[in-house]
Design a protein around this ligand. Structure first.
Ligand SMILES: Nc1ncnc2c1ncn2[C@@H]1O[C@H](COP(=O)(O)OP(=O)(O)OP(=O)(O)O)[C@@H](O)[C@H]1O
Length: 611
């Protein structure tokens, strides 16, 4: 049942929901076990041993007191042997407790670190399987963000759950000792601690709801922090004088977080004080009762110390266990976010008996009435696309900004699937083909390619990471894209670190980066090469040369080129003109000029600029 006063979008953390979230604990422990079975097992054994020590200590303490009392009341020279034996046992127990505690702490720390790393790896692995459009959805990002937060928080959860089990066993030991004396006192303790438990649950809900509601804003906060001080943004931050604007925005957001948290924390701590007093009152009620019994002679002084100690410890443990229970369920709710993230499945997948990618491609790619719109958009980015990219053909895409050129290319590479119509490869739907092979056989260099803060070799090898150590292939690719000319001035040549983020990094110009990115296209022997404005930053001569080489090097292969420069475009076998996502003209340069349509108009416009 939904709580009536829940705001839309607020997470449901009813008691039932909390208990349900505990169902995530077994999966969590599976994760822990997978991370390191030996550490998990060792931890469990040590903690079980540790849970028996408090009762043993109290009991030996009682024996010592009783022995001392007996000795003081016995006339004559007393024998100390038994007393010293008891003291030695207590001493040994104290040492064992200390050593066990340290060992448990050590294992907790190491295991927690490992679990955190293991979770991070799984998040990265899973994220890599997901679709591009999932990354373009902000609710997905929030989920990813909450899943990421888990990696640090789960270390705490691990030791909490383990401590909980350990404390419960200790309590059973202590309670068993006390049961024989008075079960009612245990009940009294329990009742006295309950208000603190409920208060803890209530405020934990509030804290979770607060954190949940802030996820998006926190992402913005992190982004502003990054913008405010990063090598990539510093240039614009200075030129546009953005610093004050960013700082103000950061302050506004962070002050709001601070105030919200302050309000809640104040209320939480105030109530915690009140309920701690109630808990103490319960304990002292029991204590007074035991004192009276001792005064009446029904209990020995040793019994008084033992029972008093047992009750004090039991109360502390009970309070701890109840409060920790709340934060464990809390942790379990966060775990739910983590496991929910793992449950997000990609939509772009392949069928069980996927078709092998044709080698070579015989007919080509045929668009049959293909239409696509982005998830968060009402507009069609591509529509009514009907054409064939023939095997071995070089096709250029032309159109104004936003005409849908990049989108078409993403559909070809199956980063998205068409919303309408279908794309056929040699007569079969692209969806039927093996996805891994498709990714290998279709190479794309996007206009917003990544500038990896890595070495030159690594930057080129990302085009085919399996060949990372194939230096001759890398150098060959660099020659083809003319990136090799750069090596003359890079002190570390192919081992040169690029970008400014790391030690000895060298920054390149836009065109130089493009040559590096282009080399990626030559790292694998793809049958279809797509270059999305790969030469926009190259000077005219470099561009001309790059394309001459490209045509030469990709002879017999299919290629799609997106460019706003007609000097490049005219080299293509056919040119496809897009307007508002739709195909308006198709043909070679001469045909399209003769047609005197949109292409001719754009061509003359650009040519006029050069005259
Ligand atoms: N990830 C996205 N989510 C929503 N809409 C998008 C997304 N990417 C592009 N669009 C929209 O789809 C339309 C086509 O964009 P596309 O990037 O394909 O254009 P383009 O022809 O490559 O433009 P340009 O020449 O500027 O690179 C545009 O209206 C754009 O705003």
């Amino acid at each position: 049942m939904k709580r009536p006063n829940r705001k839309p979008g607020e997470p449901d953390v009813s008691f039932k929901e909390r208990m349900a979230a505990l169902r995530n604990l077994p999966s969590f422990f599976r994760l822990v076990w997978q991370t390191s079975p030996w550490m998990a097992l060792g931890n469990a054994i040590l903690r079980t041993a540790q849970s028996a020590t408090p009762l043993a200590l109290l009991y030996v303490g009682k024996l010592i007191i009783d022995e001392v009392v007996k000795m003081t009341h016995t006339p004559g020279e007393p024998s100390y042997q038994y007393l010293w034996e008891l003291v030695a046992v207590e001493f040994a127990l104290v040492i064992i407790t200390g050593v066990l505690g340290r060992l448990i702490g050590l294992l907790d720390g190491l295991l927690g670190e490992k679990v955190g790393n293991h979770t991070s790896v799984r998040i990265m692995q899973h994220a890599a399987t997901l679709d591009l459009d999932q990354f373009e959805d902000s609710t997905f990002y929030d989920k990813l963000e909450r899943a990421r937060q888990q990696t640090a928080g789960r270390t705490v959860l691990l030791s909490q759950v383990l401590s909980q089990v350990q404390d419960i066993i200790t309590m059973i030991f202590l309670a068993a000792g006390l049961m024989t004396f008075s079960p009612w006192l245990i009940l009294l303790l329990f009742v006295a601690v309950l208000p603190a438990f409920f208060s803890e649950t209530y405020f934990n809900d509030k804290f979770y709801a607060l954190a949940w509601g802030q996820t998006s804003d926190r992402r913005e906060l992190d982004y502003i922090r990054y913008l405010g001080a990063s090598d990539e943004s510093v240039k614009e931050v200075k030129i546009f004088n953005l610093s004050n604007y960013l700082v103000d925005r950061f302050k506004t957001l962070s002050d709001k977080f601070y105030n919200d948290k302050k309000q809640l924390t104040l209320r939480y701590q105030s109530w915690a004080v009140v309920f701690a007093i109630v808990g103490s009152a319960g304990y002292y009620g029991a204590y007074v009762f035991i004192i009276l019994q001792t005064v009446k002679g029904q209990l020995s002084i040793g019994d008084l110390a033992f029972l008093g100690g047992s009750f004090r410890q039991l109360r502390g443990l009970l309070e701890g266990v109840l409060i920790r229970f709340t934060s464990i369920t809390q942790g379990a709710i966060y775990l739910r976010d983590l496991f929910e993230f793992f449950e997000i499945a990609p939509r772009i997948t392949q069928r069980a008996n996927a078709r092998p990618f044709p080698k070579p491609i015989r007919e080509g790619f045929t668009f049959e009435n293909v239409g696509f719109k982005y998830l968060n958009s009402e507009r069609w980015a591509n529509r009514h696309l009907n054409f064939t990219l023939h095997a071995g053909e070089k096709l250029a895409l032309v159109g104004e900004n936003g005409a849908g050129k990049t989108t078409l290319v993403k559909l070809l590479a199956r980063l998205y699937d068409p919303v309408e119509g279908r794309i056929l490869l040699d007569g079969h739907d692209l969806k039927e083909y093996d996805l891994q092979e498709l990714r290998t056989q279709v190479g794309v260099i996007f206009q917003d390619f990544q500038r990896y803060q890595m070495t030159v070799s690594q930057n080129i090898a990302v085009g085919n990471i399996r060949e990372l150590h194939n230096q001759s292939l890398i150098e060959n690719a660099a020659q083809k894209s003319m990136a090799d000319e750069l090596m003359e001035r890079l002190p570390d040549k192919y081992d040169q670190m690029l970008g400014r983020r790391f030690n000895k990094g060298v920054e390149l110009s836009g065109g130089e980066w493009q040559k590096i990115a282009l080399a990626r296209a030559y790292m694998k022997n793809a049958q279809l090469l797509i270059l999305d404005e790969p030469t926009a930053a190259l000077d005219a001569r470099a561009e001309y040369e790059v394309f001459l080489r490209f045509a030469d090097l990709t002879r017999g292969k299919s290629a799609v080129l997106i460019s706003h420069r007609f000097s490049t475009v005219r080299m293509a076998d056919r040119i496809l003109v897009l307007e508002k996502g739709e195909l308006t003209e198709i043909g070679n340069h001469e045909e399209l000029l003769a047609k005197n349509g949109r292409y001719a108009e754009l061509f003359h416009l650009q040519a006029k600029g050069y005259r």
